[in-house]
Ligand binder design. Structure first.
Ligand SMILES: Cc1cc2nc3c(=O)[nH]c(=O)nc-3n(C[C@H](O)[C@H](O)[C@H](O)COP(=O)(O)OP(=O)(O)OC[C@H]3O[C@@H](n4cnc5c(N)ncnc54)[C@H](O)[C@@H]3O)c2cc1C
Length: 425
């Protein structure tokens, strides 16, 4: 990845999409956004900046949004929850009406959404970005009660899950084993579990150097694998054991009381701290609205991100089926802008703008040590699927490159600052 391409990608994050054609009369229309996370906050902010004639309402239950990105740095003691929490005053200042409530039902025919508090909101276009649901019970023994002893820290909510996992790491005696159960694809943030392993290792190396990490994986390969494993050998020799599915790494059952992770072929691993990342699906509101197919995720139009089942409802972020794109915050941000621009175009009787989607996923692996994966995507010529633009991306080079690693850690911090500003400022 050249510096020029990286600079272009950084610029792309904040750049508005191509301007829609001028229309004679300005339209007044209601854009309703459900979910104030990476997809939803990005959509609401972009809509007000780019299409000020849209009346934008955002429905989000929480007063502050705790990001998953940089949650792994909280586990390492390098960030505090407050540093990765964001409020909605910036969006209000942009003219977004923010309603703190749960959406409980969508009536696509009537173009309205019911809220838990009893209100019904009507819309002309709906952007839905509710994120994921954890599939409780998909791993035998792993339910909401079990998550209080074996945290997932994969849907941070108010930060309680991440705080709990951090506390368990702090309370663990030196010499303990931290076990992780990692799901099969698709799931939120493909490199996330491996950044987490790295950040936990960095904490243990400094404070509990006799401890070990046992990572039990339902896959045989993972994102940026060579780069992660090089770094583990260099920074944390002998500390991390990664067990792929073909060596019985797939966890199928847990015993929360005994803190046991049990593999497919019956091996029982008792650990001191267990981080269980269970299988996932689109969030409940998307499933209840009948938008998901039998995979548990929502099929969408690759140009407009409208649900295949309910045109007029644009589903962005992790809840959709993104083709070759990862379920990442950056993709949620990038596709949210395309969805808003398509909704605005449709409201004015225009064609949707040409689409290009950007992703860079940075991972912190150690002190001043970052790595990344980059991809640029677009709809194919028929508009029927999303494809990666040939030769557009790649991963950081391997080898002994300390300056590259140091710079990528700096770029990662800059990415976090710029995307959260783009969403919330
Ligand atoms: C540990 C970890 C590290 C990560 N690191 C990165 C990274 O470095 N870079 C990156 O690009 N991505 C990263 N990700 C992935 C990123 O967090 C997700 O891809 C992103 O959050 C998806 O955005 P979203 O809008 O779909 O969901 P979210 O950001 O989770 O937002 C969904 C919002 O919808 C709200 N909601 C849900 N249901 C309803 C309802 N019924 N009514 C109203 N509101 C509702 C929720 O309260 C939530 O605020 C990471 C993920 C994890 C777990």
């Amino acid at each position: 990845m050249t510096a020029t391409r990286r600079a272009l990608l950084g610029a792309a994050l904040l750049a508005p999409l191509a301007a829609p054609r001028r229309v004679a009369a300005q339209t007044q229309a209601r854009l309703l956004v459900i979910g104030g996370g990476f997809g939803g906050a990005s959509a609401a902010s972009f809509a007000r900046r780019r299409f000020p004639w849209l009346e934008v309402t955002l429905v989000e239950p929480k007063a502050r949004f705790v990001t998953c990105p940089y949650g792994n740095l909280v586990l390492a003691g390098k960030r505090r929850i407050e540093q990765i929490s964001h409020g909605y005053d910036g969006l209000r200042a942009r003219g977004v009406r923010v309603v703190h409530d749960w959406a409980t039902g969508i009536d696509a025919a009537a173009r309205s959404v019911r809220l838990q508090g009893g209100q019904t909101l009507s819309y002309d276009r709906l952007i839905l970005s509710p994120g994921i649901a954890l599939r409780w019970g998909a791993l035998e023994g792993y339910d909401e009660a079990a998550a209080e002893r074996m945290p997932h820290a994969w849907v941070p909510g108010d930060g309680a899950q991440t705080t709990l996992l951090r506390r368990q790491l702090e309370e663990m005696p030196d010499g303990g084993v931290v076990g992780l159960a990692i799901p099969a694809n698709p799931f939120r943030c493909p490199p996330g579990p491996y950044e987490r392993i790295s950040m936990i290792a960095s904490y243990l190396k400094r404070h509990k150097p006799r401890s070990k990490i046992l990572a039990l994986d339902a896959k045989d390969a993972f994102s940026k694998q060579g780069l992660f494993q090089d770094a583990w050998a260099e920074l944390y020799p002998g500390m991390i054991e990664w067990v792929p599915a073909n060596r019985d790494g797939r966890v199928t059952r847990v015993d929360a009381r005994e803190r046991v992770l049990e593999s497919e072929f019956g091996e029982r691993h008792r650990v001191a701290v267990a981080n269980v990342i269970p299988p996932q699906s689109a969030a409940r509101i998307a499933i209840d609205a009948g938008l998901a197919n039998d995979t548990g995720w929502v099929p969408v139009n690759p140009v407009t991100f409208e649900s295949r089942a309910a045109p007029g409802i644009h589903v962005v972020g992790d809840a959709n089926i993104p083709g070759p794109m990862p379920k990442s915050g950056y993709i949620a941000n990038s596709t949210a802008k395309q969805a808003v621009a398509s909704a605005a175009a449709s409201l004015r009787g225009e064609r949707p703008p040409e689409a290009l989607y950007y992703n860079t996923c940075y991972s912190h692996v150690g002190e001043d040590y970052g790595i990344s994966i980059v991809g640029i995507f677009r709809p194919n010529a028929e508009g029927s699927a999303i494809v990666e633009v040939p030769n557009s991306g790649g991963v950081s080079p391997r080898g002994n490159l300390p300056e590259q690693r140091r710079l990528e850690a700096v770029y990662a911090d800059a990415w976090y600052e710029s995307i959260t500003r783009d969403m919330f400022a």
